[in-house]
Design a protein around this ligand. Structure first.
Ligand SMILES: Nc1ncnc2c1ncn2[C@@H]1O[C@H](COP(=O)(O)OP(=O)(O)OP(=O)(O)O)[C@@H](O)[C@H]1O
Ligand SMILES: [Mg+2]
Length: 242
């Protein structure tokens, strides 16, 4: 396979400047993710997972280091170019589903297309198609408060897919869901990865969720302490703490 990485990060550092001083959060992080990989990110609370994810998603910038997204140097893009690159390449799924409560599911899913200037009829057709894909076609006219938490997360996944992203980034997507519903959501992620070839990077606190991935990246105090096949990870690498 001679394809280029979707993500290539080299010697990345991130520090926050606060009133109390400079806080180093990510320290010398290097990682590449190839097309079609499914990567779980684990690590104790405060180890830098969300900070890392926000940088991967171009929602925040590193203090130093290189980041190539789909072969493009993120640091060399203008603000507008970066917004476009993000919009074309990445879909986001968060722990809180972040749906608009007053809008129909169809309108929620179609939202990212508004920023691209897609005509209304096309937007709604694409939204319906994505809702079908996550098994919620019959609920297109419903509102978020009329469906369950697991269904709301499916809608958020449909919204993330509507631009046909190459890369899906998910920060604790099952954090607000019960075990059974979490398994359903993970089955959906697995299908998107295996059937559609979408690259997935997912943060989780739970080893049961991480084992849906093929690869584990473990952060501890802002550094990568394990990066490899999930079945070869030592048991403590799959713990929420330690
Ligand atoms: N905007 C900010 N300003 C200053 N410090 C921050 C900021 N955001 C995060 N931090 C600090 O960076 C560190 C890593 O935070 P981050 O949210 O990335 O951790 P996490 O691994 O996602 O934790 P959790 O599992 O609790 O979600 C923490 O010590 C946090 O206090
Ligand atoms: Mg976090």
């Amino acid at each position: 396979m001679n394809s280029d990485p979707v993500i290539r990060i080299e010697r990345l550092y991130k520090e926050y400047v606060t009133e109390a001083g400079t806080v180093p959060v990510l320290k010398d992080v290097s990682v590449s993710v190839m097309p079609g990989e499914f990567v779980a990110i684990m690590g104790p609370s405060g180890s830098g997972k969300s900070t890392f994810m926000n940088i991967l998603g171009c929602l925040d910038v590193a203090t130093s280091g290189n980041y190539f997204l789909n072969g493009r140097d993120v640091n060399a893009q203008s603000r507008d170019e970066l917004a476009l690159l993000r919009n074309q390449v990445i879909g986001f799924v968060f722990q809180g589903f972040n749906l608009l409560p007053r809008a129909s599911l169809e309108d929620n899913v179609a939202l990212p297309l508004i920023y691209r200037g897609t005509p209304t009829a096309t937007r709604l057709a694409r939204a319906s198609e994505m809702l079908e894909k996550v098994g919620l076609g019959q609920y297109r006219r419903s509102r978020p408060n009329q469906i369950s938490g697991g269904q709301q997360q499916r809608v958020a996944i449909a919204r993330a897919l509507v631009n046909h992203p190459k890369l899906l980034l998910a920060d604790e997507p099952t954090g607000n869901l019960d075990t059974h519903t979490s398994q359903e959501i993970m089955a959906l992620f697995t299908e998107l990865n295996q059937r559609d070839g979408i690259t997935i990077v997912l943060i989780t606190h739970e080893s049961d969720i991480a084992t849906y991935a093929q690869r584990l990246v473990r952060l501890s105090d802002g550094r990568i302490v394990y990066d490899g096949a999930i079945e070869h990870a030592a048991p403590h690498h799959l713990e929420a703490t330690s």
